[in-house]
Design a protein around this ligand. Structure first.
Ligand SMILES: *[C@@H]1O[C@H](CO)[C@@H](O)[C@H](O)[C@H]1NC(C)=O
Length: 292
């Protein structure tokens, strides 16, 4: 009861200008029958950026809308937030599904891309400023979208996720599934991880999404090794090597890993941080280029 009241207050605070989270039906090709909610701030920009915000297992659009401070940043900066939600597989995204792991083939990934295209058309969105972020299963799907749809997403931020195609070959991708090989830290070479991304869209030679990978080093549900593996993957795909580590960024327990000049790939590893959504909105939005 207390939790419900608290969430209610948080939602009210985020929407004090009048805009609210709205469901959209008939947004286009939706092969797995997932749902779309959208938050369009009252003072939406004329050519707005779009962020897809992906809930964890057991979550939904309303829950994740209250799960970060992104709505108030949208109010201040005029960008649009899309909150997809899945009613399937314990509300976990289908990151094991070969269709989601292949460009244009279907799965939850294609439904999410349909939501992006709907919002781009409906609100004159900026095709060069489309982003994805998410926690846990949502972080996993962020890596899947970046791998399968590099033409759609300019950058992504994955919190407590796993590499693109880590769950390929598993029957499901939930914490209750008997196969936890991926979440327990499945290791491959940089080349193998990179090939899994490139094979998701054969022949593609355009730009690749810039990535931020954040993980708690005391996460026993989705092991921190998964973050090291994701960093190996994007390091290979983006062609950037680890150049330095900065302790205490963005907060005391985190260490920032900078690849190349830091514009393409960054990691954040939290000492003593468990499986929790340690989203630092400022750090993420600055990396996306949406705030200074
Ligand atoms: C378990 O999942 C991994 C991928 O995460 C896959 O490579 C492996 O074949 C799966 N094992 C079984 C027995 O399904």
């Amino acid at each position: 009861m207390l939790a419900r009241t608290f969430l209610g207050l948080a939602a009210t605070a985020a929407t004090c200008l009048g805009a609210s989270l709205q469901q959209v039906t008939n947004f286009g090709n939706n092969p797995t029958n997932i749902q779309m909610h959208i938050y369009v701030p009252d003072r939406v920009a004329s050519n707005p950026a779009i962020i897809v915000a992906l809930h964890p297992c057991g979550g939904n659009a309303q829950q994740w809308f209250g799960g970060t401070r992104l709505p108030s940043y949208a109010d201040q900066h005029g960008f649009i937030l899309i909150y997809p939600s899945t009613p399937h597989m314990s509300n976990c995204w289908d990151v094991h599904n070969p269709a989601s792991l292949t460009h244009g083939q279907g799965g939850d990934a294609l439904g999410i891309v349909s939501m992006v295209n709907y919002a781009l058309n409906q609100y004159n969105g900026d095709r060069n400023r489309v982003y994805a972020m998410g926690f846990s299963s949502g972080g996993m799907m962020t890596n899947v979208l970046a791998g399968s749809y590099p033409d759609v997403f300019e950058a992504g931020a994955a919190y407590s996720g796993v590499p693109h195609a880590c769950f390929l070959g598993a029957p499901a991708a939930t914490p209750f599934s008997p196969n936890q090989t991926c979440a327990q830290g499945l290791q491959k070479t940089e080349q193998e991880w990179g090939d899994l991304v490139r094979n998701s869209y054969p022949g593609y030679t355009g730009r690749r999404p810039r990535m931020q990978i954040t993980h708690g080093l005391a996460d026993f549900l989705v092991r921190p090794q998964c973050a090291y593996e994701a960093l190996k993957q994007w390091s290979n795909v983006l062609g950037v090597q680890l150049t330095r580590e900065v302790r205490g960024v963005p907060s005391p327990q985190f260490t920032q890993l900078i690849y190349g000049d830091g514009t393409q790939l960054q990691g954040f590893l939290g000492d003593g941080v468990g499986h929790e959504p340690s989203v630092n909105e400022e750090q993420m939005l600055r990396f996306f280029g949406l705030i200074n």
